[in-house]
Design a protein around this ligand. Structure first.
Ligand code: AVJ
Length: 324
């Protein structure tokens, strides 16, 4: 049964407006935080992205968990509480929860900023009898703080950060985020961290700019969302989904490119913005890793990398980290 532990934050529209204003007022590169891609429409479009033949990432993560779940949960002490950062529909989490459920009754706390995604997660995991679900409609660290406050004495914590979402942070911010997570853990807790690995540029470009245009719709929905929630007048026909690979930073970037010179009014942010023809809004980065980097990152952020599992078809790794 899904219980939402908390009602949505009341000031979320005001926060959205403030973040949109700050991002679009940047003097050089306009930006929007990628977390806002995930409203109900965006979360549903991301589910479709996971089915695209060009986007192998979600299936690779799922294959590893399906084949190795027993081995992954073996070092965890019982009883264990499970928290997932950015659970989305929690499709891939099933394998881990099933493996844990065979050992013990398990409480699972999906944490997501999309309430719609939490409802999906409940549906997805409906038939797992030995798992109870309490979701948090929260940002990662706020949600994790609430989970940590609920743990009983002697209960271990397993944090899941799946799907390669760590890649949305640039490298220094990823380190900082892992440290912030570590501060909420106790020695002996675990973090299962997924990382998408480096692969040929052409494979990445088509994974993030698929021929059916699903990723383009996912990206453009951010402007549609601003129209809906902040009373803006973005004309979606005058923006184009663009992706590029930055070799130095080893990341895919998604942008929305204004095809003409134009002005847009965002009434609930009390903001007018002018775009030059060809000017872009940077909406997401997805950093790619080398497998050997992960133990080093773990070591400098307060963990030890116990094991790594790889997918052969789509370079991707699941990394089990022990909080030290
Ligand atoms: C959910 C953040 C892992 O970066 O690959 C998919 C999001 N963006 N296609 C990724 C995404 C465009 C995805 N993550």
């Amino acid at each position: 049964m899904l219980m939402l532990a908390q009602t949505p934050l009341e000031d979320s529209v005001a926060q959205f407006a403030a973040d949109v204003r700050a991002g679009l007022e940047k003097p050089k590169q306009k930006e929007l935080p990628s977390k806002y891609l995930y409203d109900a429409v965006g979360s549903a479009l991301f589910e479709v992205i996971g089915l695209l033949p060009e986007y192998g990432l979600t299936r690779a993560g799922s294959r590893i968990l399906r084949h190795h779940a027993e081995q992954i949960v073996r070092p965890l002490r019982t009883p264990v509480l499970v928290a997932e950062l950015g659970s989305g529909s929690a499709k891939n989490t099933r394998w881990i929860l099933e493996a844990l459920g065979r050992r013990q009754l398990t409480t699972y706390h999906p944490i997501d900023i999309s309430g719609a995604a939490l409802v999906q997660a409940e549906r997805e995991l409906d038939r797992l009898d030995s798992v109870s679900i309490v979701g948090f409609e929260r940002e990662y660290l706020d949600g994790l703080r609430e989970v940590a406050a609920r743990r009983a004495a002697g209960q271990g914590l397993l944090v899941l950060f799946l799907g390669g979402t760590i890649g949305n942070f640039d490298r220094p911010a990823a380190d900082q985020f892992l440290r912030q997570v570590r501060e909420l853990l106790l020695p002996g807790d675990h973090l299962l961290l997924s990382t998408d690995l480096e692969k040929p540029e052409k494979d990445l470009l088509v994974a993030y700019d698929d021929p059916a245009g699903v990723t383009a719709a996912f990206n453009l929905n951010l402007l549609a969302r601003i129209n809906r929630e902040l009373g803006a007048d973005f004309d979606l026909d005058r923006f184009e989904h663009v992706v590029c690979y930055d070799r130095a930073e080893r990341r895919i970037e998604m942008h929305l490119c204004s095809t003409v010179r134009q002005s847009v009014r965002i009434s609930r942010a009390d903001l007018g913005v002018t775009f030059q023809a060809g000017e872009t809004i940077w909406t997401e980065s997805s950093h790619k890793y080398a497998a050997q980097e992960i133990p080093r990152i773990a070591a400098r952020t307060g963990y030890r990398c116990l094991s790594q599992w790889y997918d052969r078809e789509w370079p991707f790794a699941q990394n089990l980290l022990l909080a030290e």
